[in-house]
Design a binder for this molecule. Structure first.
Ligand code: PEP
Ligand code: MN
Length: 356
């Protein structure tokens, strides 16, 4: 794939998509446009068709909001983008002159929907931003990008909005940064944007998420801006005013470089990295050793006709490591996903041994 960015920006500048979760009224949209002018957003976002997880919530104004956007585009010379989930949405947008879209997380999960959208935009001069699917599946995300690309669209960007999960987290959607990092490793030309609002879920996390995205070389942000966040018809908890976003997020970001020419710094880093690499090798060696032990247990359990999984033992391990994690300054969330991954691998080793 030879991808071009959906938002044309010099690489040292951040691409910015700002606007409300949902278009609610012409006045609301106009207020967003005027209040964000100083941040010079590349696109104003506003959802028109809202895929709500559960019924009974505001599902968007629908097609009439496209006319509001078209009018404001004429008045202020700004560009709007919106979410499309069906071929009909695409057609209605094109009719209203909206040629920048995003595909939402609940649509990216379904290759049939993505293909319908891809077919509907074939041959059109449009730019498409593709949010990650709600589940942490790199290939569904890549597949959606490939489907759109195969329909002849070159201007494609990826929007990272975090992943759904069951359980507790300080964020609305777990970032799992390794997935967007992997997508960028495979496609270095892909413009990568962070939807800081849908990851954070609350204004107080916006800066921390935006800073991480910046430090991971993301190319820009999507953020939900509303003139009166607490009375927003959708996603009220996470929207902020334009001035909040400008003063409390954009202005507080620290810009850093990818590389340095300072020799002293480079030597120090090289030394620390050597130490880190050594620890990584040790970790892998120890994990291998742990799996050999799991295999020995598998052998014993096989001859004693004992099942693989003992919930009490698992609870005991988690409890102990949680404690250890705290002692070592590691988050419980991290140690839990780490030990879970180790446990799954361990079960596989035991099971292979038992079913030989
Ligand atoms: C949105 O952008 O308002 C939205 C519904 O996003 P997502 O598809 O990421 O949930
Ligand atoms: Mn939203």
């Amino acid at each position: 794939m030879k991808l071009k960015p959906a938002i044309n920006k010099p690489s040292e500048e951040l691409a910015l998509i700002l606007g409300p979760c949902s278009a609610e009224s012409p006045d609301q949209l106009e207020e967003v446009v005027t209040s964000t002018l100083s941040m010079k957003p590349d696109l104003i976002r506003a959802g028109v068709w809202k895929p709500r997880t559960r019924p009974g919530h505001f599902q968007g104004i629908g097609a009439p909001a496209l006319d509001w956007m078209a009018n404001l585009s004429r008045k202020y010379g700004c560009r709007f983008c919106t979410e499309v989930a069906t071929a009909e949405h695409v057609e209605l947008c094109l009719k209203s002159g909206i040629t920048d879209f995003w595909i939402g997380a609940r649509t990216t999960v379904n290759p049939f929907y993505v293909q319908d959208i891809a077919d509907a935009i074939k041959g059109q001069n449009v730019r498409v931003m593709i949010k990650n699917p709600i589940n942490p599946d790199l290939f569904l995300w890549l597949g959606a990008i490939e489907r759109i690309y195969q329909s002849g669209i070159e201007h494609i960007s990826a929007i990272h909005r975090g992943f759904s999960f069951y359980g507790n987290s300080v964020y609305r959607n777990i970032p799992r940064w390794q997935i967007p990092i992997e997508i960028k490793r495979r496609y270095p030309d892909l413009q990568l944007l962070a939807d800081v609002s849908h990851i954070s879920g609350r204004p107080e996390h916006l800066l921390e998420i935006a800073q991480i995205a910046l430090d991971l070389n993301f190319n820009g942000f999507m953020a939900e801006i509303h003139p009166d966040p607490s009375n927003a018809l959708s996603d009220a908890d996470q929207q902020v005013t334009a001035s909040f976003f400008e003063e409390q997020v954009l202005r507080k970001l620290v810009y850093r470089h990818e590389k340095s020419t300072d020799e002293l710094y480079n030597n120090k880093i090289a030394q620390i990295r050597e130490h880190i690499d050594h620890i990584d090798h040790e970790l892998v060696r120890l994990l291998g050793e742990r799996m050999r032990l799991a295999e020995s247990i598998g052998k014993e359990k096989k001859s004693a006709l004992i099942s693989i999984f003992q919930p009490d033992r698992w609870n005991e391990i988690i409890g102990r490591l949680r404690h250890k994690a705290n002692e070592n300054g590691l988050s419980e969330e991290f140690i839990f996903s780490l030990i879970e991954a180790i446990h799954i691998e361990s079960i596989q080793h035991q099971s292979r041994e038992m079913n030989k």
